[in-house]
Design a protein around this ligand. Structure first.
Ligand code: AMP
Length: 451
């Protein structure tokens, strides 16, 4: 199938060609006809599979080919959970609108509120936004959504995890539900909260699922190394970075202070390294991401703030220095490599405190990992005894139990525990705490799009 098979405006076809894109990906092939027909859609697809164009092209086509419902209101609103992700979608959108007379702006948390109010007053056709900030502007009556024709929610599950359900509902209430089309995208759509919000926001949606989130990502070579303590993790990481050749590397740590500490160590070892966390001001975050995207740093140490959607084609290795608390996050983290058909590597360092989270990943992926070792750096730690009651991932727990598939956890049964004395007291592997904004809190300078 070709892009010319869809009824897309010539200007859009030209822009796609300029981007060097020739054929639609699987998600684009399936989502485009539904979205172009004006139907609501719930779509899930692996990270890096071309989801962004699957909603941007129909959005542009709709605006180009139909009359607006209102002269002043935005026609398309695209919501994303984090500013980095929004920034990235906005960049792609700008390439597409550049060829047209339409205006697009981004409205993100952490940026100047009054400047945004002025930009909104100029009546843009497209807005890319984080939900907290757009809800603030709605409250202040800086924009109205009565004429909204298309609402896109990307990484919808993550928005709910961050506590944005009230803001999504407020946005839904402000927009004319009957005439509006809604597209909901995410790499993972299979949890109860998503279905609840979808029932509120979408009308008879079509469903498209390209490859389950837990299915094997063949382009990413995943390896697991067991570790005894923090020093051991650092020694393994140093050896792996030294011995293997990688273009760019993203390392995920559990906490924000860890990003700084580890980045300082790697810098001292001669790796051009930056630390990115939600603690930093937005301008600093943008600068770090821009520099990394341009290849000025080889290594980026971060928390889950960078785990979703970011499209950095030169990242050939992702390291889980600490395992994520939620198994889905593992899929998003490793999805920072192996993008658009490229090969990538993912390495996870699993210490005693990571063990439960590692098991959740195995349950989620329905896979038992082989353990890799490096001569001279083998771990004494070989896993913890499984507890009587397993706590699988938050989202799959209910579904898996309901389906009576708890046997799957058997495949993930860890190697038998050896000796308790190997479980050191060193504080490693604590996954980051999730920050949930208070439900009704709509601060003027809403800064909740942080992880
Ligand atoms: P996404 O999943 O939207 O973040 O896209 C991942 C990467 O795939 C981005 O670099 C896109 O520019 C690229 N991409 C999107 N659609 C296609 C396509 N049809 N063919 C090749 N690359 C694509």
């Amino acid at each position: 199938m070709q892009f010319t098979d869809f009824s897309l405006d010539q200007r859009l076809l030209q822009s796609i060609k300029h981007m060097g894109i020739t054929e639609p990906t699987a998600i684009q092939e399936q989502a485009l006809p539904i979205a172009l027909a004006g139907k609501d859609l719930m779509a899930s697809s692996k990270t890096g599979s071309g989801k962004t164009l699957a909603f941007l092209l129909p959005a542009l086509q709709r605006v180009i080919s139909t009359r607006s419902l209102s002269k002043r209101d935005p026609r398309v609103l695209i919501l994303l959970p984090t500013r980095e992700l929004a920034h990235q979608v906005y960049s792609q959108l700008r390439l597409l609108v550049a060829n047209t007379q339409y205006k697009a702006i981004s409205v993100l948390g952490g940026e100047n509120f009054n400047d945004q109010a002025k930009a909104l007053a100029k009546e843009p056709h497209f807005i890319v936004a984080t939900p907290g900030r757009i809800a603030d502007h709605l409250e202040q009556k800086h924009l109205f959504l009565n004429g909204l024709e298309l609402l896109v929610l990307d990484e919808a599950d993550r928005m709910l995890d961050l506590g944005f359900a009230p803001q999504l509902k407020a946005i839904n209430d402000a927009a004319d539900h009957k005439r509006r089309q809604t597209l909901m995208f995410s790499a993972t759509l299979d949890h109860d909260e998503i279905n609840d919000i979808a029932a509120t926001l979408l009308k008879n949606p079509a469903h498209v699922a390209i490859g389950a989130a837990h299915s094997e990502h063949n382009d990413i070579h995943q390896r697991i190394f067991l570790c005894d303590h923090l020093d051991h993790k650092e020694a393994l990481l140093a050896r792996l970075l030294k011995d293997e050749t990688h273009k760019q590397v993203i390392i995920f740590t559990a906490t924000r202070p860890d990003t700084e500490r580890l980045a300082a160590k790697l810098t001292a070892q001669g790796f051009a390294t930056a630390a990115l966390s939600g603690d930093l001001k937005q301008a600093a975050r943008n600068q770090i991401m821009d520099q990394f995207a341009r290849g000025q740093q080889q290594v980026l140490v971060t928390t889950d703030v960078a785990s979703r959607g970011l499209d950095l084609l030169n990242v050939s290795l992702v390291v889980n220095f600490d395992m994520p608390k939620f198994a889905e996050e593992y899929v998003h983290r490793i999805g920072r490599t192996g993008r658009a058909g490229a090969k990538g590597d993912a390495i996870s360092l699993v210490g005693p405190k990571d063990w439960d989270n590692f098991k959740k990943v195995q349950v989620f992926l329905r896979k038992t990992f082989e353990i890799s070792t490096i001569p001279g750096l083998e771990a004494k730690f070989s896993g913890l005894k499984s507890k009587a009651k397993q706590t699988p991932t938050k989202r799959v727990a209910k579904a898996e139990l309901a389906k009576g598939k708890s046997k799957r956890t058997k495949a993930a049964t860890p190697a038998p525990s050896r000796d308790k004395r190997f479980i050191t007291g060193v504080d490693i592997g604590d996954a980051p705490m999730r920050k949930k904004p208070a439900a009704a809190k709509l601060l003027q300078d809403n800064d909740t799009e942080e992880v």
